[in-house]
Design a protein around this ligand. Structure first.
Ligand code: NAD
Length: 689
């Protein structure tokens, strides 16, 4: 989801674009006329990112009336961040089917008009060109991409498919199988591939854009080839075969009853591929139907939740140099990610080997993120291995990511006293130690807080920002801004056993241990959770986290909470003593030499008894956290669980799920009678759900 949603940063436009005057009567468009060519610059007001709203399209419609005798129309963006990040999701929130249909039909009419103009129309696209933005570009005759362009249709991630002509225009323009793949996965396509697929007719550096536009107007851009495959796919039997394969593929990652959109899209293409008019009509109907689905509504809510978290990261942190202590699994990723986002980073470890590994890890992350050679080089230059800890005295922020032992962390903090700059902040990445036990050892408790990143940092957007009674508000504000600068999502939480995310998630794994102890098959447990929509079954997750860590979490929750938690079975401690600590040891609850954990649910059936025992204790812990003031509100809690753990997004998070279900306290009471007091409903249910 990240590319689509991570673009809300204000930015200056391409050179000179912001000096171009607004088009008459338009708020979202600028207009320049030169040598008979009209250029319309999309520049939505008061934001760094264009979105295709009803206003944008209505104004475009008006501007198409004013082209006079222009010899060509160019459409481009005045924003540095890209062409457009998608359709305006706000316009689709809480909208009824009829209103949605009206809105979509109006949008189609404008793009059809653009597509039908007699003068050549050329879209110049750069940066993020997603969803509705790409659909606007597809309605032009030709497309010129600027190096670094990222194009894609992320609608499936909102439980939708393209709804502004994307389905029929893309499958007509490029290899339909590639087009369907792009729309089914929602993944962005990066510049060279954009060109290779034929999404753009030319890919040029910014300085060659004018020449490319002139070539397009003269008709000098290479003719488009319609491949053999595209021809074959117009025949119904070939499409049927391909559609069947696509459905099978989709079942693996997105079961139909939770995620209807991919199947609706496949049906659309299967039934109407090759007949643009019919496909357009069907696209409009299908989009409006999906928009009403519970899945789309929950996923659109998740989109807004992300924005809520992001808005908690305003202002500037004043942090330019980050010093990371501990170059292990977490420290290496935190350092690499900070350097990627433009921070100067020094990385310290007591051993040399982790420092070498950290640099390799960084290079791999940059490659995966499609950084250009120069950008990757620059980021690596910003990340300096620092075995002597010279960065401690220069950094604006020191992040401690040393092993999870209080006395070790305290020793590290004592070494920072009188070393750090006077206004520098110290943050710990601890996941289970209470800050109340650590802050006395920090050089200045007012400038000490928790910055709990999730593993792997490069893929998990959430960061818990953990406060304690001695921390200054300014420290938290600067850290929140820093998290925003890293393009991660901060959630402010209070010092509490497991903080927020691990407190809520722990019962999922701990209850699974008890069910294993009762003789339940581990694969059955994992598959039931996958069928519910969790990204990983609890048994696999426990192995992934490490059974040693699970054991420690269970013990520390048992010590720290006022309520009973699941007693871990004795065999778990024995397994840990024997070194069978999970995935990292090659053996834990699964034996990785002999078996692989299931990755997909078998069939659609959720096993209600298993689900209630695994999921409802998480809802109960969520209510406890709200009652205890660990997090501000239920929306932030749901967002934290989704962005920190991948909690079934289409269910909207544990609190949303509990609200929709309605019977959670009663079911917990029943479970309490059957299995004991750990299921007793939290006293906060009446107030918080
Ligand atoms: P790790 O064992 O992979 O790495 C710790 C690194 O610290 C090692 O390279 C070690 O050599 C180094 N180190 C030890 N003593 C040091 C010292 N005195 N000075 C400098 N470096 C020292 O551990 P990790 O998994 O990266 O965890 C680090 C912290 O992050 C812990 O507090 C952990 O709770 C937290 N955390 C871990 C995860 C996770 O999934 N691994 C997730 C979130 C938070």
């Amino acid at each position: 989801m990240s590319d689509f949603l991570n673009t809300l940063t204000p930015d200056a436009g391409p050179d000179g674009a912001s000096d171009v005057p607004r088009a008459d009567g338009a708020s979202a468009w600028r207009r320049s006329d030169a040598k008979g060519v009209v250029t319309l610059w999309l520049d939505c007001p008061d934001t760094g990112t264009n979105v295709i709203s009803e206003t944008v399209l209505r104004e475009l419609d008006g501007l198409l009336d004013t082209l006079g005798g222009a010899k060509a129309l160019v459409i481009r963006s005045a924003k540095r961040s890209g062409f457009a990040a998608g359709a305006d999701i706000d316009g689709f929130a809480d909208i009824g089917r009829d209103a949605a249909l009206d809105l979509i039909r109006q949008g189609h009419a404008v793009l059809d008009r653009l597509a039908g103009l007699e003068v050549p129309t050329i879209a110049v696209i750069h940066g993020n060109t997603l969803g509705g933005g790409l659909e606007l570009a597809l309605a032009c005759d030709r497309r010129i991409g600027i190096d670094g362009v990222k194009a894609g249709f992320p609608e499936v991630q909102l439980g939708l498919h393209p709804g502004l002509g994307g389905t029929f225009r893309l499958t007509r323009l490029i290899d339909p199988i590639e087009a369907m793949q792009a729309m089914l996965t929602g993944k962005s396509i990066h510049d060279r591939k954009v060109k290779k697929l034929g999404l753009v007719d030319a890919l040029v550096p910014e300085r060659h854009v004018d020449a490319a536009i002139e070539a397009a107007i003269r008709g000098d851009l290479p003719a488009r080839e319609t491949g053999l495959k595209a021809g074959a796919m117009r025949l119904s039997p070939a499409r049927s075969l391909a559609a069947t394969r696509m459905r099978q593929e989709a079942e693996k990652s997105a079961p139909r009853r939770h995620y209807p959109a991919p199947y609706a899209l496949i049906d659309l293409w299967h039934d109407h591929g090759g007949d643009a008019d019919a496909m357009q009509k069907a696209e409009i109907e299908s989009f409006a139907t999906l928009l009403e689905s519970a899945t789309a509504q929950a996923l659109i809510r998740v989109f807004f939740l992300r924005r809520t978290l992001k808005s908690g990261a305003s202002g500037a942190s004043g942090i330019g140099h980050v010093h990371v202590i501990g170059a292990g699994a977490m420290g290496a990723e935190i350092a690499a990610w900070s350097a990627l986002r433009g921070k100067r980073v020094t990385l310290e470890d007591v051993k040399l080997a982790p420092l070498g590994k950290a640099v390799k890890r960084a290079a791999k992350i940059y490659e995966k993120r499609h950084l250009s050679g120069i950008d990757a080089r620059d980021a690596l230059d910003r990340m300096m291995p620092d075995p002597d800890g010279l960065g401690r005295a220069r950094a604006d922020l020191v992040i401690e990511a040393a092993p999870e032992r209080a006395e070790l962390k305290e020793k590290i903090y004592s070494g920072l006293v009188n070393t750090m700059k006077p206004d520098a902040i110290l943050a710990t990445n601890t996941s289970s130690l209470r800050l109340e036990t650590l802050f006395d050892a920090a050089p200045d408790p007012a400038r000490f807080a928790g910055l709990h990143f999730f593993n792997p940092v490069s893929r998990m957007p959430l960061v818990e920002l953990v406060s304690h009674e001695g921390v200054a508000a300014e420290t938290l504000d600067r850290l929140a801004a820093f998290v925003g600068e890293l393009d991660r999502l901060p959630v402010r939480v209070r010092d509490y056993p497991g903080f927020l995310v691990n407190r809520v998630l722990a019962p999922y794994m701990l209850e699974a241990m008890l069910m294993l102890d009762e003789g339940m098959d581990k694969e059955r447990l994992d598959r039931a959770a996958l069928a519910f929509g969790m990204p990983m079954g609890p048994v696999t997750l426990a192995d992934q986290v490490g059974l040693d860590i699970c054991l420690e979490v269970a013990r520390s929750l048992g010590r720290g909470l006022d309520r009973p938690v699941a007693d871990v079975p004795d065999w778990l401690a024995r397994k840990v003593e024997d070194g069978e600590t999970g995935r990292k040891a090659g053996k834990g609850l699964y034996d990785y030499d002999k078996e692989a954990p299931p990755e997909t649910a078998s069939g659609d059936d959720e096993d209600a008894r298993i689900i209630d025992r695994l999921i409802l204790p998480m809802c109960n812990a969520a209510v406890e956290c709200l009652r205890e003031g660990v997090v501000d509100d239920a929306d932030r809690l749901d967002a934290a669980m989704i962005f920190g753990t991948g909690w079934a997004p289409f269910r909207g998070g544990p609190m949303h799920y509990a609200r929709v279900r309605g019977d959670v306290p009663d079911t917990l009471r029943r479970l309490e009678e059957q299995h004991g007091p750990r299921f007793a409903p939290d006293p906060g249910w009446d107030r918080f759900a």
